[in-house]
Design a protein. Structure first.
Length: 245
């Protein structure tokens, strides 16, 4: 569907929400444009299923987070001062590298847990939601999905991330231990807080949960954008019909 057809569709649907006396009239406009309600919803659900499956698969692979600079997870906010004093910490660069790699490995390990929640949210898309999404921006479906799944995904990820953080995923060392070793070395090098303030808090679990989900939605948005813009990414007939020119 090209931009002019989308504009016409949106205009009539908005007008219809105020003046149509029946759903049949709105459906007639869609029929004239070559689309049914069911096709629009199926197309959007298909696009989201493709986008989420691709994103979860890529991010859950080895280095899915770690070697992607867009979604790579760095240290929590309280530990950011570490970057400025690495040269003062014995073995500081190695400790930092191990901690960051282990953090990202934990996110990669947890990523597959998103699929179930995504499927439930995608299944629940209504006709009203569908037309709003179809005529929205390049990532309108992703924004919808994030809004619908943020709380359940966060609740699901927290224990999974905590479990993953405790696994020995890098050099037989867990992310929790790698992070603790880094912070302990940093605090020791501070001479008890004389040279710089010691780090006393630990938001690692919450931080990794938030950043892992943030990165996941970035990738889902990328996939949606490709489907909307690039015919080569419309991998089924319904995607071609709903999003095609």
């Amino acid at each position: 569907m090209n931009n002019s057809r989308k504009f016409i569709l949106l205009f009539w649907l908005l007008l219809g929400s105020l003046s149509f006396s029946s759903c049949e009239e709105a459906s007639k406009i869609l029929e004239d444009l070559g689309l049914s309600n069911e096709e629009v919803i199926t197309g959007l659900k298909t696009a989201l299923n493709v986008g989420t499956d691709t994103s979860v698969t890529r991010l859950s692979a080895l280095d899915g987070y770690y070697k992607d600079d867009i979604v790579k997870i760095l240290l929590p906010k309280e530990a950011e001062p570490v970057y400025n004093v690495l040269s003062s910490i014995p073995g500081g660069q190695s400790l930092l590298n191990n901690a960051v790699m282990a953090i990202n490995r934990a996110a990669e390990d947890a990523a597959p847990e998103a699929k179930t929640i995504f499927v439930e949210a995608i299944t629940g898309i209504s006709i009203a939601d569908g037309f709003t999404i179809l005529n929205g921006g390049d990532t309108a479906a992703t924004i919808y999905l994030a809004d619908k799944t943020k709380i359940p995904l966060t609740d699901l990820f927290k224990p999974k991330i905590q479990s993953s953080l405790s696994k020995p995923l890098v050099l037989n060392t867990s992310a929790e231990k790698a992070y603790t070793d880094l912070i302990n070395a940093y605090n020791t090098a501070s001479l008890g807080g004389i040279l710089w303030p010691e780090i006393k808090t630990n938001s690692l679990s919450q931080h990794v949960t938030e950043k892992a989900l943030e990165g996941l939605f970035v990738k889902v948005g990328d996939e949606e954008r490709k489907i909307r813009r690039d015919p080569l990414h419309r991998v089924s007939e319904i995607l071609k019909k709903v999003f095609g020119e």
